[in-house]
Design a protein around this ligand. Structure first.
Ligand SMILES: Cc1cc2nc3c(=O)[nH]c(=O)nc-3n(C[C@H](O)[C@H](O)[C@H](O)COP(=O)(O)OP(=O)(O)OC[C@H]3O[C@@H](n4cnc5c(N)ncnc54)[C@H](O)[C@@H]3O)c2cc1C
Length: 309
């Protein structure tokens, strides 16, 4: 497809550049307060089409939970309307040989659509706890501020500091990294999900209020029937141990425990974590709603931590 140059818009920034360096220079001039270089992720239709061509739905299904898995990287393009969800879906339908082959990826596109619809229904209320926490902790016991060591990437945990660097410098994180970081902030550091969610939105190139706020709420348990948490085995397995090897805190890793031990340590009330009845803030009963990930949980009696294994 030939791409026509963008028409000049009065007062708008230029859109056509001879090189990335020229774009970088303009941004540095216009936004001197913004630190760092451009993200390695390139914008535009051409870059998006190249990414779409590389998508392999079969490999995706097998490997999406691994940090080095065959995820698509399409989220920034979908977020900014370069691709519609239907366009990505149709491209996949043309390429797959069986329904099973594309199922996992199409399901994920469906979850994005679901969050958008929830946003349409809830509006700004996506920014408020949708339900009570199922952690046994009161909502007001969570800190409203993001700690400085987290924001600055000097927590001493190689995994979390690296996720922070990716978030800030690349503007994109793998789904599993998002889940681990959100769970750590909310359940270990006792930071309210909204503080973490707003920080993500400051940096993510795919930052989308619906997918982001509601996913954070799902992790926190204010939009699901139990909190999502993980342990070191899980993180090592899906990151191929890349962080633990060089982590200064490897001998006092806060994640190095069994799920039962962590459950005892992190949460006050145990019963609802395993079998809690969902309680919506607005008093409505929850009929068809199931969050992105929790619907998969409801098909399983396994703990939320195990659903990606
Ligand atoms: C705490 C947290 C915050 C998140 N914030 C955002 C956000 O701001 N914007 C955003 O687009 N996604 C968000 N997600 C969902 C998901 O992590 C990203 O969509 C995904 O990692 C993007 O990478 P990808 O394009 O390679 O995804 P792939 O796995 O290749 O999936 C293809 C597409 O399906 C959609 N998709 C995949 N997984 C999900 C999901 N779990 N929920 C909704 N849609 C999904 C995305 O549009 C994605 O581009 C968040 C998840 C969590 C746990």
């Amino acid at each position: 497809m030939t791409i026509a140059p963008s028409p000049p818009i009065s007062g708008d920034l230029p859109r056509d550049f001879n090189s990335r360096d020229a774009l970088n220079a303009l941004l540095a001039k216009e936004f001197p307060e913004a630190k760092g270089e451009l993200s390695a992720i390139q914008g535009g239709r051409r870059a998006a089409e190249a990414m779409l061509k590389r998508v392999d739905a079969k490999r995706y299904a097998r490997s999406r939970n691994h940090l080095n898995g065959a995820v698509t990287g399409l989220s920034p393009y979908i977020r900014h309307g370069v691709f519609s969800l239907a366009e990505v879906r149709d491209a996949m339908f043309k390429r797959i040989r069986s329904r099973e082959e594309g199922q996992k990826l199409i399901n994920e596109l469906g979850w994005r659509d679901f969050w958008q619809r929830m946003w349409q229904e809830l509006g700004d209320r996506i920014n408020e706890d949708r339900e009570d926490f199922k952690t046994g902790h009161a909502a007001n016991s969570y800190s409203k501020d993001l700690p400085d060591d987290v924001r600055e990437g000097r927590t001493g945990l190689a995994c979390m500091d690296s996720f922070r660097d990716d978030l800030v410098n690349r503007g994109w994180l793998h789904n599993h990294a998002r889940m681990w970081m959100a769970a750590w902030l909310v359940h270990w550091r006792k930071v309210h999900w909204k503080a973490g969610a707003d920080w993500f939105l400051e940096h993510l190139l795919d930052g989308d209020p619906a997918s982001n706020q509601l996913s954070w709420q799902w992790v926190a348990s204010t939009f699901s029937h139990k909190p999502y948490f993980f342990n070191r085995d899980n993180l090592e397995r899906y990151s191929d141990g890349r962080y633990c090897k060089s982590c200064a805190s490897a001998n006092r890793c806060p994640f190095d425990a069994s799920y039962d031990e962590l459950e005892q340590k992190l949460f006050v009330v145990q019963a609802p974590i395993r079998a809690g009845a969902p309680q919506r803030r607005d008093g409505q009963t929850r009929s068809s709603r199931s969050s992105n990930n929790s619907s998969r949980n409801s098909r399983s009696t396994q703990k939320s931590t195990q659903r990606y294994q």
